[in-house]
Design a protein around this ligand. Structure first.
Ligand SMILES: [Zn+2]
Length: 127
């Protein structure tokens, strides 16, 4: 999901809020107030779900400090400030594995993440 707009429009912003639950900065669990680019729009960041993150207002303003960097994508973001480096991941959706970092040119999925057999899930098996 992507947009040509610089800011995150309604449904895309809502999707990111649902995905992230709370501010994506490591050790911050404040309510999301801003949806912003992980890679800044001014340096080519795209308005997509993969490049968006939910942040509290404080963390969104703090990441503009020259000593503060954020890299990665929706699956894993790394925040660096001085000698402190920490990563964060969005919480796992109920019953599903956590999102993983997107690596271009990598195989799209493995059989462990998708159901390829005809076996029914446990909850649908006859008892
Ligand atoms: Zn925060």
């Amino acid at each position: 999901m992507e947009s040509r707009a610089r800011t995150y429009p309604g449904l895309l912003a809502h999707l990111i809020k649902l995905r992230d639950h709370t501010c994506r900065t490591p050790f911050c669990i404040v309510t999301i107030r801003h949806i912003d680019h992980i890679r800044p729009h001014a340096t080519g960041g795209e308005t997509t779900e993969r490049d968006g993150q939910g942040l509290c207002a404080r963390c969104n303003y703090l990441k503009e400090h020259p000593d503060y960097t954020v890299t990665g994508d929706a699956g894993e973001t790394t925040t660096s400030t001085g000698s402190l480096v920490a990563t964060s991941h969005p919480p796992s959706p109920p019953g599903l594995p956590p999102p993983t970092r997107h690596t271009p040119n990598a195989p799209s999925s493995t059989s462990s993440g998708s159901r390829t057999s005809t076996e029914k899930p446990a909850e649908l098996r006859a008892q």
